[in-house]
Design a protein around this ligand. Structure first.
Ligand code: SAH
Length: 213
C-alpha cells in the first residue's frame, strides 16, 4: 500500500488529461491529483490506475473512469461542509473525491462484499465518510435528508422519486439515466415540486440494481 513519486507523477499526467478533456473545476482536479487511485484497484490492474479508464473491482463491479468521476463531481458543485449522498459506493474512489472536497458524505452500497471491503479500506488511507450504508440506493436515505447534492454512480433505468424528494431547495441530483447507454442528467430543485432538468452527454455505467443478492 505505497504511494510513490512515480504514482504522483502519473496522477499529475491524469489531471492534465482531464483538463484537456474539459474539466475546469480546480478543487475537483486537485482532489484527483491527491487521491492514490492505484490503491482502490486490484493489484493486477496497478499499471492502469492512472489511465483515464474504468476498471474491474470486486463483485463484478467497476471503478468509474476518472473523467466520469470528475464530470459528475463538477456538476454537483460541492462546497465545504455540504451534506452529500452517493449511491453506489463501489471501490470508494468517488467517496474519497467527495471527502477531499470537504463534504459530509453518506454513501450506499447494495453489495455486501464491497460494502465490507470499502468500509475497512477508506479509513485506512485517511478518508472518513460520515456514514457508509449497506442498503438499496433507490430509496435514498430519508433519515439523513435533505441533501445539498446526490450522485448516482450506476446506470439508473429511471429517476427514483425518493432521490428528488431528498434534495434541499437548490439541491442537485446528478444521475446517469438509461438502460444500455445512459444520459448524464442534472436535476436542480427549484421548489417543493419544481425541478430544472439538464441533459449532458452519453456515458456507460454498470446498472443500478433493485433487488439485493
Ligand atoms: N462510485 C464507485 C462506482 C462503483 S460502480 C467507485 O468510485 O468505485 C456502481 C456501484 O453501484 C457498484 O458497486 C454496485 O454494486 C452499486 N449499486 C448498484 N445498484 C445499487 C443500488 N440499488 N443501491 C446501492 N448501490 C448500488
Amino acid at each position: 500500500m505505497k504511494d510513490t513519486f512515480k504514482h504522483k507523477g502519473l496522477r499529475q499526467k491524469l489531471v492534465a488529461v482531464l483538463k484537456a478533456k474539459g474539466i475546469t473545476n480546480n478543487d475537483v482536479l486537485d482532489a484527483i491529483g491527491k487521491i492514490p487511485r492505484h490503491l482502490f484497484m486490484d493489484s493486477s490492474f496497478l499499471d492502469h490506475a492512472y489511465q483515464d479508464k474504468a476498471f474491474p473491482i470486486a463483485a463484478d463491479q467497476t471503478i468509474s473512469q476518472p473523467y466520469t468521476v470528475a464530470f459528475q463531481t463538477e456538476l454537483m458543485q460541492v462546497k465545504r461542509g455540504d451534506k452529500v449522498l452517493e449511491i453506489g459506493t463501489g471501490s470508494g474512489y468517488q467517496t474519497a473525491v467527495l471527502c477531499e472536497l470537504g463534504a459530509k458524505v453518506y454513501s450506499i452500497e447494495r453489495q455486501h462484499e464491497l460494502f465490507k471491503l470499502t468500509s475497512r479500506f477508506l479509513p485506512k488511507i485517511g478518508y472518513r465518510a460520515k456514514k457508509l450504508i449497506f442498503g438499496d440506493g433507490y430509496k435514498g436515505l430519508v433519515e439523513e435528508a435533505p441533501f445539498d447534492s446526490i450522485i448516482v454512480t450506476a446506470g439508473a433505468p429511471f429517476v427514483p422519486k425518493p432521490l428528488l424528494a431528498q434534495l434541499k431547495i437548490d439541491g442537485r441530483l446528478v444521475i446517469p439515466v438509461g438502460d444500455n447507454v445512459q444520459t448524464m442528467t442534472l436535476f436542480v430543485r427549484k421548489g417543493q415540486t419544481e425541478f430544472e432538468k439538464t441533459e449532458f452527454g452519453e456515458f456507460r455505467f454498470v446498472p443500478l440494481l433493485e433487488d439485493k443478492n
